[in-house]
Design a protein around this ligand. Sequence first.
Ligand SMILES: Cc1cc2nc3c(=O)[nH]c(=O)nc-3n(C[C@H](O)[C@H](O)[C@H](O)COP(=O)(O)OP(=O)(O)OC[C@H]3O[C@@H](n4cnc5c(N)ncnc54)[C@H](O)[C@@H]3O)c2cc1C
Length: 419
Amino acid sequence: MQFNRRTFLGTSAAALTLSAPMLKAQGTPRVVVVGGGAGGATAARQIAQDSEGAIEVTLIEPSRTYYTCFFSNLYIGGFREMNSIAHNYATLASDYGINVVHDWATGVDRDARTVALAGGGAVPYDRLILSPGIDFVGGAVPGWDLSAQGKMPHAYKAGTQTALLKDQIEAMPQGGTYVMVAPPNPYRCPPGPYERVSMVAHVLKATNPTAKIIIADPKPNFSKQALFEEGWQKHYSGMIERIGPDFGGENTSVNPADMTVDIDGEVIQADVVNVIPAQKAGLICEAAGLTDGNWAPVVPATMQSRMDENIHILGDASQQGDMPKSGFSANSQAKVAAMAIRGALTGARVFPARFSNTCWSLIETNDGVKVGATYEATEEKIAKVDGFVSQTGEAPEVREATYEESIGWYEGITADMFG
Ligand SMILES: Cc1cc2nc3c(=O)[nH]c(=O)nc-3n(C[C@H](O)[C@H](O)[C@H](O)COP(=O)(O)OP(=O)(O)OC[C@H]3O[C@@H](n4cnc5c(N)ncnc54)[C@H](O)[C@@H]3O)c2cc1C
């Protein structure tokens, strides 16, 4: 997809600081949401439900089926079927009256307040929500670009990529090698790569016990590290090797043509190479001129862009402060933005913003762990208030209960998104 900055960039950040005060829309106010994922679908449903027809909601999303990244690792591990992580937008349209448009948003005219569609035409808005998730930073892993994703999948957007990676793992020769190139911070789902390694190890332990898993990691440490390392030692001893930056893990390149990975000069012949590159806000944010570096800065109390008060940016794309880039975070931010938008457009009551997040990970059957926190909005950022994390050495019943809790959360968040 091509974005045209000149056509769609809209007004500059400097001009926007002088923009007119918020005006109440004439007639039925229109909210347009770009991206029907954890942030966008939640916000669209929340606004449509709570405004009871007082706000017209349009959701722009190219896919008819959304596969959640959350629980996609469990699909790789054989704990879920692909259809159990697939969702559609039918209920949002039929029961909530949301105008669902299956198309790409190609740009935003911030002066005219319209969103351009790849299929032609433009959708007008009074408030716009962008929740496009992530795109990859070009050149982040030398040798890899999107044209290599069919050979060296990232599986960091769920669906066909996830299925491809699972197929590749299952087709590995006995004693073969799986290499993951892990991303630098900040990225979508901090424990995600390490939960994935656990799930790959779970599959290989049963079907291919002499296989090797190598992680090339540019980060000195990672989310829930003590818990993962304890679990790997306990369940998958000798199978997983992580090469951090102290051993050259940040100096990694790949060669998709011959399926090799070069980690600080040591060339490894691999059977599966799972490249998860460095990430940035979904391209539409950049095309709309709302990014500063890789991410889109927002006002914490409302999730409004710091560059355009008529636009709210949710989830992974936003540069908000302390919250991790997770589905739970995006869902939590969506509720705050939905409340702020209803307040601005209809005068509905607005309460102080509170945010929360929990990230669960499965290490082995019934061995679930979690990390979470609550947050508040300060002038500067979404700031962590307090948090919790599973402990090493927990009893099996505690770990099983943690896993069960994650299943309940999945049902809850997907109902929140899709009705
Ligand atoms: C392997 C893995 C495991 C994970 N596990 C967890 C977990 O256990 N718990 C958790 O909370 N989070 C988890 N996450 C993270 C979670 O999936 C993301 O943080 C979350 O989906 C972010 O929501 P979002 O709305 O920002 O983006 P997304 O959910 O990715 O939604 C973005 C949507 O925008 C659409 N879009 C993009 N550009 C455009 C455009 N130009 N026009 C129209 N539509 C567009 C896309 O098609 C997509 O549907 C995991 C992620 C991965 C990769």
